[in-house]
Design a binder for this molecule. Sequence first.
Ligand SMILES: CCCC(=O)SCCNC(=O)CCNC(=O)[C@H](O)C(C)(C)COP(=O)(O)OP(=O)(O)OC[C@H]1O[C@@H](n2cnc3c(N)ncnc32)[C@H](O)[C@@H]1OP(=O)(O)O
Length: 311
Amino acid sequence: MVLCALRQQVLRCSSHCRTWARLLQRQRSSCVYSSIHGFNQDEIREKLQAFHGGSIDLLKQDSGIAVLTINNPSRMNAFSGSMMIDLEERVSQLENWPEGKGLIVQGAAETFCSGSDLNAVRAISNQQDGMKMCMFMQNALTRLLRLPLISVALVEGRALGGGAELTTACDFRLMEAGSVIQFVHKHMGLVPGWGGAARLVHLVGSQNALKLLGGAVKVDPELGVNIGLVDGVLEGHQKTEGAAPLLQQAENWLSRYTKGPAPVIQAVKKVVLSGRELPLSEALRTEKDIFGMVWGAPANLEALASKSKHK
Ligand SMILES: CCCC(=O)SCCNC(=O)CCNC(=O)[C@H](O)C(C)(C)COP(=O)(O)OP(=O)(O)OC[C@H]1O[C@@H](n2cnc3c(N)ncnc32)[C@H](O)[C@@H]1OP(=O)(O)O
């Protein structure tokens, strides 16, 4: 009897291991570009490294919510080349965080991010380098969006150009009253290249995306909420007396979605992600695999044992 139960447990474990392996394989293929697309990650890393300044800082908290800070205040948190590399490394760390549940992406010193560092942009303004930088950032931001964590961009001050694109690589966007998201690319003779246009169309529809990009429209919190780009407006803590610090407000907002055991929250994100990205049949098969990982797992057994009512 005991042997039989043990055998069943071993079988269940090895089936979970196979499912994990398959899902991990899918996660590894999170990148859009690889060598088959002529993309050489080491080559572009070396080039980007030459444009240093600033950092991307990661704080993993015991609550399971991490904070990623874009930190280059003297340039309004513009992305230098070394920050692009930092971002990719921080995403790798988050991909390997079993206790993780949520992520807040913020800018340092009360502003979000003013896009690419224009000094680096000028230095690599030839077409080939621009394309390589674009592929590197699309890979990093696609992996950010595909993390098994529920992510929020906390927009304070300005999110311009690539900064606006970065907000779309999170599941949700929160804006402080008075802040602005603006796809200024048109004014720079550009279009988004970090995947921001494709994600924007998914978020707000092609009509609204065309208006925002074609008009380089300044999106304030009210417009953002109206078109479905923005999920919540936070009180400016400096202007509103008694308001909690913005990061605290964002953590409170996010915590309603991250409450619970990490494997369950990660599974929630994974089923939504597969529904969002995969054709229906494949999404259904992935959902089945993910379901198999939570079914009969500790959180499920505990919930069954507690005979909870959902009142
Ligand atoms: C595919 C990616 C496409 C892209 O992201 S292209 C880049 C798009 N972003 C931009 O064009 C932003 C340009 N900057 C601005 O419009 C303004 O600086 C901004 C952000 C509205 C802030 O204006 P102000 O508050 O008046 O402050 P300021 O202009 O004096 O800026 C303070 C210091 O920050 C610097 N800065 C701001 N954005 C930068 C950027 N993207 N790259 C490099 N440096 C940047 C700015 O040059 C200034 O430096 P400094 O004090 O003059 O040494």
